[in-house]
Design a protein around this ligand. Structure first.
Ligand code: ZN
Length: 64
C-alpha cells in the first residue's frame, strides 16, 4: 500500500504529510534509556493523525 492509496478515516482526504515532534519515546521503566523519535502521518485536509510510528523501534528493546 503506497502513500497515495491511503485515505483519511475522518474526511476521506488523500493528502498527507509526515512529521515528527522530535520528542523521544522511552520505555516506561527505563527513564534513562535511549528512546526513539516518532513519525506522525497527518491528513493535510483536516489534521487527523492517521498513524504514529516509532522511528527506531529496536531502540526500545531491552538490552539484557
Ligand atoms: Zn482528513
Amino acid at each position: 500500500m503506497t502513500a497515495s492509496e491511503k485515505h483519511c478515516r475522518s474526511c476521506g482526504g488523500s493528502s498527507f504529510v509526515q512529521g515528527s515532534d522530535y520528542i523521544q519515546l522511552r520505555p516506561l521503566n527505563k527513564k534513562m534509556a535511549f528512546g526513539s523519535e516518532k513519525i506522525y502521518t497527518v491528513c493535510l485536509d483536516c489534521g487527523e493523525v492517521l498513524s504514529i510510528k516509532i522511528m527506531n523501534p529496536e531502540k526500545l528493546k531491552s538490552k539484557e
